[in-house]
Design a protein around this ligand. Sequence first.
Ligand code: SAM
Length: 291
Amino acid sequence: MSRERLYSPKVIKQLLKAFDFSFSKGLGQNFLIDGNVVRSISEGAEISKDDYVLEVGPGFGTLTEELLMNAKKVVSVEIDERLNQVLMQTLSGFDNFVLVNADILKADLKRLVEEQFNNHSFKVVANLPYYITTPIIELFLKSDLPVESLTVMVQKEVGDRILAEPGNKTYGSLTVFTQYYADASLVTRAPKSVFMPQPKVDSVVVKLDMKKELPQVNEKVFFKLMRGAFTKRRKNILNSLTTDTSLAINKEEMKAILESLNLSTNLRAEDLSYTDYLNIAKLVEKKHKVD
Ligand code: SAM
């Protein structure tokens, strides 16, 4: 008879007891206890036997177990060394698992990818620790590592910001920032009851498929414009794009740019689509050589 899977709350409770383990709130330790969610993360990430997977924070190995059953190799980066002995037991049956003890934000990922994946492209899959969700997403989006996609569980509020449409109040710099690097889609929503211990908020799983090629635009101009626009969301776009961006462009010039794109100067940052920001950045770049 096959043994019970790690997502069983009974198994998690047994492990807590056997290893005298207490969850660290500070490390965002909310472990998954729901088989459907675990499966939908792996399915959403489209993991197959050809795939190399980098997981952030394996915890007791609940999601890792599912990934190991489907992937070629899984390398999990975990900061909490108390989990080493637990994982040694829970994932002992797999020969395609490697545990790396490190802080994901400080780890030498270039070297890891070279040593563990032979520089092959890989997928990032994780139930992210909530206190550093955005820095981790930014790290992988901006890195020049061969990342194919990120499939990550994040708190609902962050997921809503990533997936927001223009005009929505959750639409903001994170939405546009993400779109610059990736195509975002919703995998599934999950209530707080699928975690132990239960967090205060519900979660969503989003998939970010990395774009094969970055947009043809001066990155500095694009990000300066975008950040400036969202710094004071209530200002109209003409004001925020000229006073808050530190780009040497005056109101007259920006007005002409907006008009040439059929964008009213009275719009606010949240009304402009990702493509609008791209188009504005291209025209600003044309007018001024920005270094
Ligand atoms: N994957 C497990 C699951 O779904 O049951 C645990 C997910 S839990 C939300 C987040 C995990 O990330 C914890 O195991 C925590 O110790 C780990 N973690 C927190 N901060 C980290 C960091 N800076 N680098 C690597 N892992 C971290």
